[in-house]
Design a protein around this ligand. Structure first.
Ligand code: FCB
Length: 471
């Protein structure tokens, strides 16, 4: 007698829609290295990383993954683990070492070669124009994002890159995570739902007063709008673009219409100075009221620029920002504190709550309309080590991915137009202030030898991409 099979008679696992894009992501300063090569100018992250005491163990991005020299090997590795798309960022200081003025031909050449390599490997390139590495000159001469000059220079740079690459790159993300580089870089602290303040600094490491901070926020979204216009004006016909923002996502504590409505309203307000103004062309009344005299100075024309029509909305989703319940006050909603025992991944900021990857695209559509959505980042940091047999068994990353993608699959099954998913990250890399210690990659990197080892999660990703399903 044959033993009963453990296999179901048919594979009934829910699939993602036809053509769903399975991608991997990285950013320039986190992997490239070669900071002094081929005419690259310094960025605020070079300065920050070289400031004693800023980065764990004094790490810097000087060499990082040496991707600038190893990009061919890295593309081949991505192909071998089944990536159909790759989201990388372009280093502004490689293209314009002084922020504006004369472009550096060797800078654009590097990305041109990378794009050719990707296309030859059948991997679709998705380029991000700003992933935090502002040319240092823009900071020194103009005061960086405190000045509208930086927004204008960004528009110029975006137009130039579109002109040079959009014959082969069809998708551009303007700016990565407005909230992160603005608030962490210019405010100096973060406040959790319980009201606890933690000091966190990113480059350029400023502590601005609220009025100045709101102006930086405004300049950043204005830069996005100017970039969208420049890409339309100078890119090839059909070039598509949009932002890549780490949406603050309010998750309904219970899936009932009342909780869902409360969380939706909360999500709109929590994103007032970024996604909401970019997609609605206005600051919410509650935002302006709360800011009072500290509200940013702006014109109607700027608001129209900020809300220049985009082709898609990219969202980075790592965790729920808050759980929401309805309330009887004017606001109609209230954030509840995370229980002390609520689990996190390795980074304490990474509260576990896979359902955020369902609610984020659902609210993007219900609040701002039926536009294409990309999950531009999702992933987790874990404590990976090479086991004696040479493998990396990142079971917790697989657990995280399976749960998150199941939540995303619920969204696509309900018809929410999510077109693709970029796992952060293709490789372990320079995780900002955490240095190389916090590993987010599906490929392990030994930073002494630059040896790359695909982790078990890379095999998981390959299988999921091949079957277009959660596996
Ligand atoms: C995001 C950043 C990305 C990476 C991940 C872990 O906030 O965009 O560069 O650091 O977090």
């Amino acid at each position: 007698m044959r033993p009963p099979s453990t296999e179901p008679s048919a594979d009934v696992r829910p699939r993602f829609p036809e053509g769903f894009v399975w991608g991997l992501g990285t950013s320039a300063y986190q992997i490239e290295g070669a900071v002094d090569e081929d005419g690259r100018g310094p960025s605020i992250w070079d300065t920050w990383a070289h400031t004693p005491g800023r980065i764990r163990q004094g790490h810097t991005g000087d060499v990082a993954n040496d991707h600038y020299h190893r990009y061919r090997e890295d593309v081949a590795l991505m192909k071998s683990i089944g990536a159909k798309a790759y989201r990388f960022s372009i280093a502004w200081p490689r293209i314009f070492p002084k922020g504006t003025g004369q472009p550096n031909p060797k800078g654009i050449d590097f990305y041109s070669r990378l794009v050719d390599e990707l296309l030859a490997a059948d991997i679709e390139p998705y380029a991000t124009l700003y992933h935090w590495d502002l040319p240092q000159v823009m900071q020194d001469v103009h005061g960086g994002w405190q000045s509208v000059e930086t927004a204008k220079a960004f528009g110029e740079y975006a137009g130039y890159v579109a002109e040079r690459l959009s014959d082969r790159v069809r998708h551009f993300f303007t700016i990565n995570e407005f909230r992160s580089f603005v608030d962490i870089g210019h405010r100096g602290f973060d406040v959790d739902v319980a009201g606890t303040e933690t000091t966190i600094l990113h480059a350029p490491g400023l502590r601005l007063v609220p009025a100045e901070l709101n102006q930086v926020r405004h300049n950043a979204v204005l830069a996005h709008g100017l970039a969208v216009q420049a890409i339309r004006a100078r890119g090839a016909a059909g070039t598509r673009c949009g932002p890549a923002e780490n949406i603050e996502i309010a998750v309904p504590a219970i899936d009932t219409p009342e909780h869902v409505r409360a969380a939706e309203v909360a999500t709109r307000e929590m994103n007032a100075s970024y996604l909401t103004v970019m997609l609605e062309g206005r600051y919410t009344d509650a935002y302006l009221e709360a800011a009072g005299d500290d509200a940013p100075a702006f014109t109607d024309e700027e608001l129209r620029t900020i809300a220049s029509p985009v082709d898609f909305v990219g969202i980075n989703v790592y965790r729920p920002a808050v759980y929401i319940v309805p309330a009887d006050d004017a606001k109609g909603h209230r954030a509840i504190p995370f229980n002390a025992s609520h689990p996190t991944m390795l980074s304490p900021w990474q509260i576990l709550g896979a359902e955020a990857l369902y609610w984020a695209p659902r609210f993007v559509r219900s609040l701002w309309g039926d536009r294409e959505i990309y999950i531009t980042e999702n992933g987790c940091g874990t404590s990976d080590e090479i086991a004696p047999d040479g493998n990396v068994y990142d079971s917790d990353r697989i657990m995280f991915l399976r749960a998150n993608l199941a939540a995303l699959q619920r969204a696509t099954a309900e018809g929410i137009p999510v077109k693709g998913y970029f796992l952060w990250s293709a490789q372990d890399n320079f995780e900002w202030n955490d240095g190389f210690g916090t590993r987010f990659g599906v490929i392990h990197v030994d930073f002494d030898t630059q040896r790359r080892t695909p982790k078990l999660s890379a095999a998981w990703f390959r299988e999921a991409a091949a079957r277009n399903a959660v596996v």
